[in-house]
Design a protein around this ligand. Structure first.
Ligand SMILES: [Zn+2]
Length: 302
């Protein structure tokens, strides 16, 4: 049975902390290096529901993509919800480790997992890491499709393959345009439009797109935009990361039990589709399952 320090060393090898952005807060947040680890849970968000799931599961280590404290703190008093999380973790001997922007740019990383979930063939990073001589690491991925599809068909594929959320998939641009190349970026991607335009792709899949950048992007080019829920675009990384740790566990004979949380922690919990009235005309309705309630994805961890 490995100690936490050994498991963390393996995770740091996959996602070295020095490759995180300077503003980020990655690494071990809670945990005794000498504690033994048998059960690990991967999740996107270190929120109350996930910590409760880790307690119920008997996890010794919770690995999340998003940091608990991004901007630092002067208190972990349980009167605050983040302090409560720290207390719950320590009382239950659960360590917390974060791999955020260092997992985004890793090879394989968050956007590789997103592309993989959609059967997109990764060609190269959208924003290559200049320190990587192999040109494989970096932010986002430029991908090709095996067969051209319409924007409408691609949106349906995204809605079907990513875990269901209240938001579903929003589309900007011509739904009937043909897509052969796609840029993908898990999480908030609207700072990447310059790179997307330079890549000359037909479509861009990301999350958290804002009105003005999206409006300008589609006004001046045939680029189509697909906006999924932030959580849903990053969740496939949990499965990738769990498989990577499983493989390391096998190699070392650690016999770790590695789990992925299926609890939907996207903050948006409901979606009311616009009701068709005289004007303005309603947006195109895609024949997707995007309006499925998120409940069909939540449940016991696997
Ligand atoms: Zn994120």
């Amino acid at each position: 049975m490995p100690r936490l320090s050994e498991v963390i060393a393996a995770l740091e090898n996959l996602w070295p902390a020095e490759r995180a952005e300077s503003w980020d807060a990655v690494g071990t947040v809670v945990g005794d290096p000498d504690q033994e680890v048998t059960r690990v849970l991967f999740a996107v968000d270190p929120v109350r529901e996930i910590v409760e799931e880790a307690v119920k599961l008997g996890a010794d280590l919770l690995v999340t993509h998003h940091p608990l404290y991004l901007r630092g703190t002067t208190t972990v008093a349980a009167s605050h919800f983040k302090g409560r999380i720290v207390h719950t973790l320590i009382k239950n001997d659960i360590a917390l480790h974060v791999a955020h922007t260092n997992a985004d740019t890793a090879d394989p990383g968050v956007s590789d997992a997103l592309a993989g979930a959609l059967d997109l063939r990764v060609v190269r990073p959208l924003v290559p890491d200049p320190t990587d001589p192999d040109g494989c690491r970096g932010l986002g991925r430029v991908c090709e499709l095996d067969h051209p599809v319409t924007v409408r068909e691609l949106a349906v594929r995204v809605a079907e393959r990513l875990p269901a959320t209240a938001q579903g998939i929003r589309v900007a641009g011509d739904p009937d345009a043909v897509v052969r190349t796609v840029a993908v970026s898990g999480g908030s991607g609207d700072s990447l439009f310059d790179h997307v335009r330079a890549a000359g792709v037909d479509a861009f899949l990301t999350a958290d797109l804002r009105h003005h950048p999206a409006s300008e992007a589609v006004a001046h080019s045939p680029l189509a935009l697909l906006d999924a829920a932030h959580w849903a675009t990053e969740w496939p990384w949990c499965e990738l990361a769990a498989a990577q740790l499983d493989e390391i566990s096998d190699r070392h004979g650690w016999d770790l039990r590695v789990h992925v949380s299926r609890t939907v922690t996207d903050p948006w919990t409901a979606h009311a589709a616009s009701i068709a009235t005289a004007r303005p005309s309603p947006a195109t309705t895609l024949p997707t399952s995007a309006s499925r309630p998120p409940s069909n994805f939540s449940g016991a961890p696997n």
